[in-house]
Design a protein around this ligand. Structure first.
Ligand SMILES: [Zn+2]
Length: 426
């Protein structure tokens, strides 16, 4: 009987301690930020503002303090958006936004039906064919067929890319727009500019071989001065001579029309979940240094939030002992990759030593400098920093499939333990 009691006590104790303490909260954060109510955290229906508000509320619940009475640091940007109903039909057959096609982020709106002229890579390289197509292309769409880059030499590829770029972005191209066929995955972006004509990226599908006509209804709204924000909070540690900083961008791509939402669960609801989980951890285990938590806006538009922050810092950047940026934190089957690992070799070696000792992640991979997330702006100011992202698992990225339901957060708990132990040893 006693043995049985003891076993059940151990079982419940383990439920509390052995199991992930942070995972349920991290899942809740990812689900929330990637839910339809947050509109993909872009600039349609103020998705980014809804997300920033949520992050600030979590900061407050956790007990982080704001600088200057507010968690928000506001900045403005230009941005192109697609807020209204979107429709594209090819030879009368309607296709699905986000799943079958993307409208490039900088495209203007356009409505109507247009004949389609087709160009292959070989056609582009043949001057006579190219000129003839351009002469005929007024009020028509030019479709660029998919091609295998391996089949062309360097000079040819350069010429093909030049022509495609002219067709897509040069106002002197007489065509009404372009359709770019691709056999690859659809990967969307965000744009602070508006081009002269729409570019449609179309996934190759066996149900259509030739396309003679495109009908479309695209409505865009271009903002010259859209107000968005960073969300910043801090926690007092045992020492105030140096600062520890954690960052993660909360913004994402938003919506392409009324139906296609880009949820951004891995990119970067997962990073915000790490940011908030760390803050929660330090709430009950005071950190060694004064610690700052920043959720950046405008990252997908070109690191705008972090750029604004380093130009308008709320504290002395030279006091930063170390900064860790989280962007894509939702898997980890193949470990993590550490940008700036080879720049801050001593810190990197310590990170791997801790990982080996605690037997946490399968791999801690080293990488050099890369200006691919918000750490870059701090790196350029000489602030010691890492940008860490998880490797392996689901590959959804900048598409409608980067959803909370399929994001495993496989190594979230161990990853968090590693960061906490790393910060303790700095
Ligand atoms: Zn990201």
């Amino acid at each position: 009987m006693i043995k049985k009691l003891l076993l059940s006590f151990l079982f419940f104790f383990c439920l509390l301690v052995c199991q992930g303490q942070h995972l349920p909260y991290a899942k809740e954060v990812v689900q929330k930020l990637a839910s339809p109510a947050f509109k993909g955290r872009g600039y349609v229906e103020k998705g980014e503002q809804i997300a920033a508000q949520y992050v600030a509320e979590e900061f407050e619940k956790i007990g982080l303090k704001p600088f200057k009475k507010s968690y928000f640091q506001t900045f403005t940007t230009s941005v192109n958006t697609f807020p209204s109903a979107m429709m594209i039909a090819l030879d009368g057959k309607e296709i699905v936004a986000g799943q079958d096609y993307l409208v490039e982020a900088g495209s203007p709106g356009l409505s109507g039906s247009f004949p389609v002229l087709s160009l292959s890579a070989e056609d582009i390289l043949d001057e006579a064919t190219l000129i003839q197509t351009l002469q005929e292309s007024n009020k028509k769409f030019i479709l660029i067929q998919d091609f295998d880059r391996k089949e062309f030499v360097k000079e040819q590829l350069q010429r093909i890319d030049e022509v495609i770029s002219f067709l897509k972005y040069n106002p002197e191209n007489p065509a009404a727009g372009t359709i770019i066929l691709t056999s690859g995955k659809l990967t969307w972006g965000a744009s602070t500019q508006q081009y002269s004509k729409p570019n449609i990226i179309l996934k190759i599908d066996s149900t259509y071989t030739a396309i003679n006509q495109i009908s479309l209804e695209i409505g865009n709204q271009f903002y010259k001065n859209y107000k968005t924000q960073n969300v910043i909070g801090f926690m007092t540690g045992e020492r105030s001579d140096s600062l520890m900083v954690y960052t993660a961008h909360y913004d994402h791509l938003g919506m392409m029309g009324e139906n296609a939402i880009f949820p951004g669960a891995n990119d970067n609801a997962s990073g915000v979940a790490m940011l908030l989980s760390l803050a929660k951890h330090y709430q009950t285990h005071p950190p060694r240094f004064n610690t700052i938590f920043i959720a950046f806006g405008g990252e997908e538009l070109g690191l705008l939030g972090s750029q604004y922050f380093v130009q308008n810092p709320l504290f002395d950047l030279s006091k930063i002992k170390f900064l860790v940026n989280f962007d894509i934190t939702g898997t980890g089957e193949d470990g993590i990759q550490v940008v700036n690992g080879s720049v801050y070799r001593e810190q990197f070696d310590r990170l791997t030593a801790i990982n080996d000792e605690m037997e946490l992640l399968s791999q801690v991979k080293i990488r050099g400098q890369a200006c691919n997330s918000d750490h870059c702006m701090f790196d350029q100011m000489g602030v010691p920093c890492f940008f860490i992202y998880t490797l392996g698992g689901i590959q959804a990225y900048h598409d409608i499939y980067d959803r909370a339901e399929t994001l495993p957060l496989t190594e979230f708990e161990d990853y968090l333990k590693l960061i906490v132990a790393f910060a303790d040893e700095l």
